[in-house]
Design a protein around this ligand. Sequence first.
Ligand SMILES: Cc1ncc(COP(=O)(O)O)c(C=O)c1O
Length: 400
Amino acid sequence: MADSWLDRADRALLGNYYPARLTLVRGEGCRVVDDAGRSYLDLVGGIAVNSLGHCHPAIVRAIREQCGTLMHVSNLYRTPWSVRLAEALVARFPGSRAFFCNSGAEANEAAIKLARRHARLAHGAGRHVVVSAEGSFHGRTFAALTATGQPKYREGFEPLVPGFRYVPFGDPAALEAAVTDDVCAVLLEPIQGESGVRVPPPGYLAGAAALCARRGALLALDEVQTGLGRTGTFLACEAEGVIPDVVTLSKSLGGGIPLGAMLARGEAAQAFAPGTHASTFGGNPVACAAALAFLEVLEADGLLARVRETGEWFMGALRELAARQPKILAVRGRGLLIAVDLAVPAKAVALAAEQRGYLINAVQEQALRFAPPFIVARQDLEDFLAALAEILDEIPVSGS
Ligand SMILES: Cc1ncc(COP(=O)(O)O)c(C=O)c1O
């Protein structure tokens, strides 16, 4: 018998990912299909990437057309697609200008470099510290990793990048104390995704913005996970009425093609002179054409309102389930970025869900995260909730 994909992956790929149980070969809408032909409702959505579902016809069309027109030329030259995409993003974050890269980590690296250079130009040397939050996740490249406020990801990679400081998330007094006159930027997720969809108290982000303005530091918001409609507004910070200096985006931006962006406003937008930062593939025409198609569908199909409505309904339904199922300890989130805390191991729940045809993400040992496509049908979520209720009945409480 031929070796399985698992055996082949085990021999050929580095061991940095937990071995996946499934080998997925096809996707359409909210469903993916494995190599045995089994179909799954995808409530992970490529970790908040497949916001229009899998292989959305408008994105497929845009990519196909672009591949037959122009695929890559480098940033030695301009192309219409990166200019159009920059205009589309600037229209949604007025007064900003865009830099394109390939991932969330790269977008955050760009933001950190921009903040340091901005401080150097505005205030001279000695103002280089970046303040970030405990529990945050900003990516795996060195500066993004250093900014990530979770020691488990940093361990073994020391020495890290100097000049980072951490504060408890959601604590305005701690932030106030940390932003001293050596700080060039505060980097925050509006809602912490990877640590289990942690929503800060109302007013926290607005307080951070006012503090940064007072102290001459930039407020950089990592909207890699929360942005582009995921939480029901184009940027999550809009829900709080907060206008940061810098925003980073990636995940769903390229409609499934790797693409990251950093948007900077005001003085911060002037900090990169020619030659100070770059990316070979940044602004790649295929990725930009896919992103333009994504933004068009987001608007034309009124998906922000749909995210809000579906998200509120789904969170309400999860809370109803929690009211009769004590193994659900808490439900939180915004739009279609939702987590539940459990009294049972999340991995056991995810495995049981997979066996019933549902992909869900065990984001923490006892927490599930849902980031489904914006187009997910209510009936599919109802069916999932019925399955979840049965699964939770069957799995014993951790430690019992
Ligand atoms: C908030 C946030 N920032 C940055 C990243 C890193 O993005 P990437 O994996 O594309 O480098 C992630 C990835 O999950 C994220 O959730």
